[in-house]
Design a protein around this ligand. Structure first.
Ligand code: ADP
Length: 218
């Protein structure tokens, strides 16, 4: 790995959808801290048992735990990495910068997906995800329904509703986001790698924009 790209944005902004598509297109390793943590919860690892309630309530997992999980997974990676949901706090951004610079690696693009808050709740509450963690395809009951109700188009596994995708947990995630995002955005905003993207369109429309951003940098 030479570079680590970062996706920023509120819950439901489409980070995961876009990150998956881009990772495939540009042969990057997609690293979603949400997926890594959910996997730990479902496997009931020591970390998973510790973070389960925190996640279900829509709060952030502590920085040391998340940094530790991420850095362990970066060891030995040969392809560039695309982070989705990380860094999420200023402390994580600083820890990542330190990790990269101490290894002679670079921060790549920082893509900040902006979506008006009013549009986010329905995206999240109507989101369904593939229960097979190696697939993880993302659907929306109205905007991107699966071909067969309740089943993943790609692998046929049952779809599930994330326990933190309820209206109540969403509101708490938004509160957390609003309380932590400004300093993180301010940290990256001045960087020449920072790009603000309008994420209010359809996934295809947003994809067109982010692909161009990555192509310009390639
Ligand atoms: P979303 O971006 O839609 O909120 P994610 O799947 O990225 O969903 O994250 C789900 C949950 O996982 C978060 O609400 C939080 O509890 C935890 N989490 C994910 N990434 C981080 C992180 N970088 N730092 C702390 N907690 C995290």
């Amino acid at each position: 790995m030479k570079r680590a790209h970062v996706f920023l944005g509120p819950p439901g902004s489409g980070k995961g959808t876009q990150a998956k598509l881009l990772a495939e297109r540009f042969a990057l390793t997609h690293m979603s801290t949400g997926d890594i943590l959910r996997d730990a919860v479902s496997k009931e690892t020591e970390i998973g048992l510790r973070v389960k309630a925190v996640m279900a309530a829509g709060n952030l997992v502590d920085d040391d735990t998340v940094n530790g999980l991420v850095f362990a997974r970066l060891q030995g990676k040969t392809t560039d990495v695309l982070f989705d949901g990380y860094p999420r706090t200023l402390q994580q951004a600083e820890a990542l910068a330190e990790f990269l610079s101490s290894r002679g690696l670079e921060l790549g693009l920082v893509v900040d997906i902006e979506v008006p808050e009013a549009a986010l709740e329905s995206r999240v509450v109507k989101r369904r995800v593939c229960s097979e963690s190696s697939c993880g395809a993302i659907y929306h009951l109205d905007r991107k329904p699966p071909k067969t109700t309740g089943l993943c188009d790609l692998c046929g596994s049952p779809l599930k509703h994330r326990s933190d995708d309820t209206a109540e947990a969403f509101r708490s995630r938004m509160e957390t986001f609003n309380a932590t995002f400004k300093p993180l955005q301010a940290y990256y905003e001045g960087s020449p790698n920072y790009r603000l993207v309008d994420g209010s369109g359809t996934p295809d429309e947003v994809y067109e924009v982010v692909v161009k951003i990555f192509e310009e940098r390639a």
